[in-house]
Design a binder for this molecule. Sequence first.
Ligand code: ATP
Ligand code: MG
Length: 348
Amino acid sequence: NDETNKAVKVAVAKGDGIGPEIMDATLRILEAAGANIEPEYIEVGEQVYLSGNSAGITQDTWEIINRNKIILKAPITTPQGKGYKSLNVTMRKSLGLFANVRPVSALHPYVETNFPNMDVVVIRENEEDLYAGIEHQQTQDVVQCLKLITRPGCEKIVRYAFEYAKVYGRKKVTCMVKDNIMKLTDGLFHQVFKEIALEYPDIQNETQIIDIGAARLAANPQNYDVVVTSNLYGDIISDIVAEIAGSVGMAGSANIGTNVAMFEAIHGSAPDIAGENMANPSGLINAAVSMLAHVGQSLTADTIKNAWLATIEEGYHTADIYKEGVSKRKVSTSEFAEQVISRLGRTP
Ligand code: ATP
Ligand code: MG
């Protein structure tokens, strides 16, 4: 345990569907690894919506979040029907979570993928672009959505991408835009990228037009390292990257803001397998690993990451990645956590 200071307070949301099971598994691992955190539980999601709060979050919860500043969140279910807002979008906007960071790497040969050497981090702008929520109905048959791009917004996300590359020893940052068509909006993003890249002479940089860039990323992901892009493009390419790595249940993500950061798995609440003790907790475990690194507990983060990798490599697989001949044993959510715990402190 590398932590000498006071425990880091974390607002913990157990979520809906498989959320409570994967959160329990994750917290047990954190505790066994000696993570110096102090969880404070918050209620967000389905139960809150159904109690009549259409935002899915109460004022008390906002206060806890603003006090703790770090959130570990399991997936939540947004009820179907009009009037319910996506809590994910609400939280990103209200908390100023400007960067969405999704590291995805292949775990060949333990998890099937066509791209055994891929190791890509997509850094997506999270507040602006076509997601700014400015939509109008012009006439009955004409509707409009405004694409909002600001220089400060571009500077924050591009600088974050280069700083990320620096801190994590990444070699290259690729910018994806469509500035041949959207000369002002995407042109500004590209211009800011060129300016900030000059400040990082040790990190390679390149810019690709999003259409061919996405196609090349899908065909040869091993040629990419860090990719930075705007909100909508980032939404699309981060799903492509996660999918071709072969592992919706495996990847975690970080939503980074100036004051608050939120860590979560990339997948949803999977109500079809909820309560069965069979979900893969890896996405949330990886999110928790990023959280520990973010709060300066890198040694504990590495310890957990190595134990997790060893568990996967030694063939203890939940049903979603279980494969005859490759896996050693099919394990439940809770058993998977026990297997990880039993490997803590082992060197890889
Ligand atoms: P939501 O409505 O909250 O998005 P969802 O069921 O659509 O929930 P997805 O992430 O889209 O959630 O997952 C799609 C399917 O993938 C799930 O129905 C489930 O079968 C599978 N899945 C997702 N996450 C996991 C996981 N952690 N472990 C095992 N299977 C998973
Ligand atoms: Mg879904």
